[in-house]
Write a protein that binds this ligand. Structure first.
Ligand code: ATP
Length: 574
């Protein structure tokens, strides 16, 4: 129910997970600050991502600037097309995403892919209203709005720049250097975890849609003809899939299968995408996403970028809605080709043949003493045309004359004036534009999901209790240490234990305020897996022992202090 989200957002603020930022100045939509617990949880999730997608896969990590010059986004296409549909309320003046207004109030599920006139028609037909004030939106013009934040680099406005709307461009742009670090060998992967900025028209649902957020992206560069993923490593991974074919049915349903079977039966058609779905699923499970509320959804054909043959999103269920956590796409040579077109640098890799190949190469060496007088200022254009023909269509040189088109006029040039010849050449390889497979993760939405899926309410000793059943690997605080009462000896002993636990790298909170029950509740709400209490028994015994309380069961055990830090550290490691 929505109630969980409401309670979670309240808990998040009270306990230091996240809250709207700049509250002292009234707050501003779409910007959130992660508090002490949230920053730590987010950091743990990012570390877990780095371990799996960079370190364990042998990929390189980079850290590029968040502001990039405008030509980067001219090349990438973002300047022209990174738009959302906007509709403004004639009454209150608020702007809304037109596709969201349609999706929220009609049976249309993918309004983003509809052309603008059709969206306007749907708004009129359904008499849709402004979500803020209820005024009718029929007849309002729907406009496009570019989501990039613009800025100027240096004084004046001669060098426009933009805050990056995704971390990916920072990787693509540096490809000519990154390939050197990879010793010019495909395949190789480059990851980046960092901030991205989108001037969302209507930020909503707390940290699920914000204007500044964190992405963790992997760009995996492959030779489309030579490289294959290690599908065996993931073939047994069980997944819930929601293929496009099912979404198109009235009563479409999800499919329980394995990665291996899904590839075999062509449900997932791109093997590289299948591989990354296969490593993503157990990773999501390990950081605490509830696998009963998790699926991979295939993009419908209208949603897909034209270059991507098969795209899947990881989705989690929040209050009955599915939200996108990550996108997985084979982007082919789209991004690198665009940068190659716009930049002088080389966005290719040399593919060495197993053995050198002998190839025929057609060349021309036109007779300028003939072309000059014949064509005057157009002579160079004729040369260019002949060169292109030699490369693309050798049969053009089969007759006595060669026909070329120049400004819609056909000219015949005697064959002997073209200097056409075919020579044999031995080549060791060729330059190819690598293809790229992109798993693109949103970190904030994942943090929200992890908290939401961990949210529990139960009753302990007749009292209602709220706790977060966070995985020990990501829990921001691992152990709380309490002296039972304010007593110098108990406090001193508790401080010693805090030092021991911190020395083995555990994140520890010391708390001596309020009664012990209150302190347990506080840690339960933060999701701290263990609490250690120092009491009078601790001091009396021969062997020093403490009470260790487990969060989920609230079971308490007496354990010796000796070896406690090591035992807990082992649990933390899993
Ligand atoms: P949406 O359709 O929800 O706007 P998108 O398809 O445009 O998202 P991508 O460009 O694929 O998103 O970005 C990759 C990931 O980045 C998303 O899966 C999501 O987790 C995250 N993300 C994108 N936009 C936002 C945002 N405004 N706030 C928080 N996370 C976001």
């Amino acid at each position: 129910t929505d109630a969980t989200s409401e309670k979670l957002v309240e808990l998040a603020k009270r306990r230091g997970y996240f809250f709207q930022s700049s509250g002292a100045y009234g707050g501003v939509g779409g910007f959130y600050t992660f508090g002490p617990q949230g920053a730590s949880l987010k950091g743990n999730v990012e570390d877990a991502w780095r371990d799996r997608f960079a370190v364990a896969e042998g990929n390189m990590e980079i850290d590029a600037p968040t502001i990039m010059p405008e030509p980067v986004f001219e090349a990438s296409g973002h300047l022209d097309t990174f738009d959302d549909m906007l509709v403004e309320c004639p009454e209150c003046g608020e702007s809304h995403r037109a596709d969201h207004v349609v999706e929220d109030n009609t049976e249309y599920e993918d309004a983003e892919s509809l052309p603008i006139p059709e969206v306007e028609e749907v708004i009129a037909e359904y008499e849709l209203v402004c979500p803020s004030c209820g005024a009718g939106l029929a007849g309002q013009a729907v406009d496009t709005f570019n989501l990039m934040f613009a800025t100027n680099i240096g004084p004046g406005d001669s060098d426009p720049g933009h805050l990056r709307p995704e971390t990916a461009q920072g990787i693509f742009v540096e490809f000519p250097r990154l390939k050197e670090y990879a010793r010019n060998q495909l395949p190789f992967g480059v990851t980046q975890i960092g901030r991205a900025y989108r001037n969302e028209i209507s930020p909503r649902r707390s940290i699920i849609r914000t204007r500044e957020f964190t992405q963790a992206e992997l760009e995996y560069f492959v030779d489309p003809e030579e490289d294959e993923p290690d599908l065996e490593a993931v073939e047994d991974v069980e997944v819930t899939l929601y293929p496009a074919s099912e979404q198109n049915k009235e009563d479409g349903s999800e499919l329980e299968t394995t990665i291996g079977e899904a590839v075999e039966e062509d449900v997932i058609t791109d093997e590289w995408v299948a591989y990354f779905l296969g490593i993503a699923k157990p990773w999501y499970e390990a950081v605490g996403v509830d696998m009963d509320r998790f699926r991979f959804r295939q993009h419908l054909s209208g949603e897909r970028a034209h270059y991507a043959a098969d795209c899947w999103d990881a989705e989690s269920e929040i209050d009955g809605n599915w939200i996108e956590l990550a996108g997985f796409a084979n982007r082919s040579d789209y991004d690198l080709s665009k940068h190659a077109d716009h930049s002088e640098d080389r966005f290719t890799i040399f593919r060495q043949y197993d053995e050198p190949k002998t190839v025929e190469r057609a060349t021309v060496d036109p007779d300028m003493s003939y072309l000059g007088p014949e064509f005057g200022g157009d002579a160079q254009a004729v040369v260019d045309e002949l060169e292109t023909l030699a490369e693309r269509d050798r049969s053009a040189f089969d007759g006595e004359t060669v026909e070329i088109e120049l400004e819609d006029e056909t000219h015949e040039i005697p064959l002997e004036k073209t200097g056409f010849s075919v020579d044999e050449e031995t080549i060791a390889g060729e330059h190819i534009v690598p293809h790229v497979i992109e798993p693109s993760f949103g970190v904030d939405r994942l943090v929200y999901t992890v908290l939401h899926h961990a949210y529990r309410e139960d009753e302990v000793d007749g009292e209602e209790r709220t706790y977060l059943e966070l995985e020990p690997e990501v829990a921001p605080t691992f152990v709380g240490v309490f002296p039972l009462q304010n007593d110098d000896e108990l406090e001193e002993q508790a401080h010693e234990i805090v030092d021991d636990l911190r020395a083995v790298g555990l994140s520890v909170t010391y708390d001596d305020s309020g009664n012990i029950g209150r302190r347990y509740r506080r840690q339960d709400e933060v999701g701290t897996p263990f609490c250690v209490t120092v009491d009078y028994e601790t001091l009396e015994e021969e062997e020093t022992t403490v009470t260790v309380r487990e969060r989920d069961t609230t079971d308490q055990k007496r354990l010796p202090v000796d070896g406690l830090a090591e035992t807990l550290a082992e649990i933390r490691e899993g």
